[in-house]
Design a binder for this molecule. Structure first.
Ligand SMILES: [Zn+2]
Length: 230
């Protein structure tokens, strides 16, 4: 069976180093191609011998050959929690919400956007937001998570995916959030470049840390649709 791999090559030198590592492992490679940003390289490769290479390299499997049977969709999920504290603004889905408490965090601590970003990154296979936006980096101090969401969207598109839809849930005992639903959905849709966004709200009926008002959690799933790459 033949498959297509993406090499996360930042430079041509790095690309050739990775390609050499693959072929030196005895895995036949019959086709390689740079993508437009020189960040990605498509390599058609025999997947029978893929597992051993996968274990010791940064090779990322995308789809299976032939194209007629390749997977057009990818799904990812995200989950995030932030602690509620006094003296911080409460920002959810890019919307400033009047409340006695806000969420603690290095950025604006927008727990909804963070869950969405993790879902998008997960769908592509790019890890989590902590790997891309360190919470010790000064650049991200108090930054709007919508900006980070837009960067994740660019990343998703650079891997030849578009966001088909996002479905997310905020778990909070208080405040009531339904009035802000549309604004959140529009913000996320615009910045994630998502065709459809749905945001839901629930409580945990007074149970657990969200029920006690100690924090707010969010969950999200995201479906990506693959664009034609060749
Ligand atoms: Zn977070």
């Amino acid at each position: 069976m033949w498959g297509i791999l993406l090499l996360r090559a930042q430079t041509l030198t790095n690309f050739y180093a990775q390609l050499h590592a693959i072929t030196a492992s005895g895995v036949p490679c019959i086709y390689a191609r740079y993508a437009r940003h020189a960040l990605l390289v498509h390599v058609q490769i025999c997947t029978h011998k893929f597992a051993a290479v996968w274990a010791r390299s940064s090779i990322f499997p995308v789809n299976e050959y032939p194209y007629g049977g390749m997977y057009m969709f990818r799904i990812g999920q995200g989950y995030d929690v932030h602690r509620l504290t006094e003296g911080r603004a409460l920002v959810l889905g890019g919307v400033n919400i009047p409340f006695t408490h806000g969420l603690e965090g290095h950025s604006d601590a927008d727990v909804l956007c963070h869950a969405v970003m993790d879902a998008m990154l997960g769908a592509v296979g790019l890890g989590d937001i902590g790997q891309h936006f360190s919470d010790t980096t000064a650049e991200y101090k108090d930054i709007s998570s919508l900006i980070l969401l837009a960067r994740v969207a660019e990343l998703v598109e650079s891997y030849y995916f578009t966001v088909e839809n996002i479905d997310a849930t905020i778990i909070a005992q208080a405040p009531k959030l339904a009035a802000y639903r549309t604004d959140m959905e529009v913000n996320i849709s615009e910045h994630a470049r998502a065709f459809a966004v749905n945001v839901k709200f629930t409580t945990e009926e007074g149970l657990g840390f969200t029920g006690a008002g100690k924090g707010i959690a969010a969950q999200a799933v995201c479906l990506l649709k693959r664009r034609d790459i060749l």
